[in-house]
Design a protein around this ligand. Structure first.
Ligand code: NI
Length: 170
């Protein structure tokens, strides 16, 4: 089932999420499935639960955009356990459509998480995957990529979005 993606301005995007406790539940599995479907339909490589209005620490990622089944990742209650290096690269967000900006991130990160059944695992990624981990885990803390931009750039984007809102185009 396709879910509605919340856009910048919706307070749900800037609210920290709650830890998931209902491991193994049909609702949790359904949420992850629906999030994958919604992410692929919108050509994204990552989607976090608050982006579909659910304040739970769950995110789905697939940097292969559906090309490689093994690239599909569901991260429940994820935490970054280590970071290395840095990278500067363009980033966008399905909740802030039409805006892409360079964001500085760690080059390589290691994440500890659980699957939907509650099995703990660790996964490491660099470059785009590391960027996706950091971007999506930020969402779970109520943080959008705009927070990593200079105040000047951030205000410019906010003003452009305000105009779109007033014009009924957001
Ligand atoms: Ni995002």
């Amino acid at each position: 089932m396709l879910l509605e993606i919340r856009k910048y301005g919706d307070p749900v995007l800037e609210t920290p999420c709650e830890t998931v406790a209902d491991f193994g539940s049909a609702a949790l599995k359904q949420l992850a499935d629906n999030m994958f479907e919604t992410m692929y339909a919108n050509k994204g490589v990552g989607l976090a639960a608050p982006q579909v209005g659910v304040l739970k620490r769950l995110t789905v990622i697939d940097v292969s955009a559906g090309e490689r089944p093994e690239a599909k990742l569901v991260l429940v209650n994820p935490e970054i356990v280590s970071r290395e290096g840095d990278q500067l690269g363009e980033e966008g967000c399905l909740s802030i459509p039409g805006f892409r900006e360079d964001v500085r991130r760690s080059m390589k990160v290691r994440v500890r998480a659980f699957d939907v059944d509650g099995n703990a695992f660790e996964v490491e990624g660099d470059e785009l995957l590391a960027r996706a981990f950091q971007h999506e885990i930020d969402h779970l803390h109520g943080v959008l990529f705009l927070k990593h931009l200079s105040p000047l750039k951030r205000d410019l984007i906010r003003r452009k979005i305000s105009k779109l809102v007033k014009a009924g185009e957001w």
